[in-house]
Structures are given as structure tokens and as C-alpha cells.
Write a protein of this length. Sequence first.
Length: 104
Amino acid sequence: MQESDLTSKAFVIGARETVRGFQLIGVPGKEVSEPSKILETLDDALQKDYALIIISAVTAYKIEDQLDKIRLETPTPIFVVSDVNLKVDIKELEKKFRKFIGIH
């Protein structure tokens, strides 16, 4: 499976550390913090053919009410991930992420 397969499957939105962490394993994303920009970025991502949208927890918190509604209206899974800044083995993160989205 090539890196382009990963980038066509998922998109990450949110805090700098989260976005950069996922970019290390080939997942594109955008760092945003203003609620209006978060919603705009989420809407743009939902218009594309991503199989999964990932949002950092601190970002999701800022649009919590709207996010609940959006999740009910879209078939695209939207997952919220923790913003805890831990030391992570990049190879292990990539392996777990690939398994999660069905790329082996």
C-alpha cells in the first residue's frame, strides 16, 4: 500500500501537534483553532472523498454542538482523538492507523 492510499483515506483537523503527528505518517490535515475556520475546514473535508475525518479533542470541543449535528447528517465517520502530547513511536502509530482504516 502506497502513501497516497493513506492520504486518500483520511484527513485530520485541529491542534498543531495532532495535525503534525498524523502528517508524519502521510495523513494530510489542517491546523485550525477558530470555530468558524474549524467548521469551514470540516465542511471542505466532507465534500472530498475521505473515508475518515479525524479531529483533535480541543478543536472538537469548540464546535461540540455543531459537530453532533454534522455527525448525524453525514455517512463519513468523524473521530475525535486526544490532544495529549505523548512520545509516540511513529512506526507503531502508522501500523495501528493502517489497521484501523483497513490498509494492511
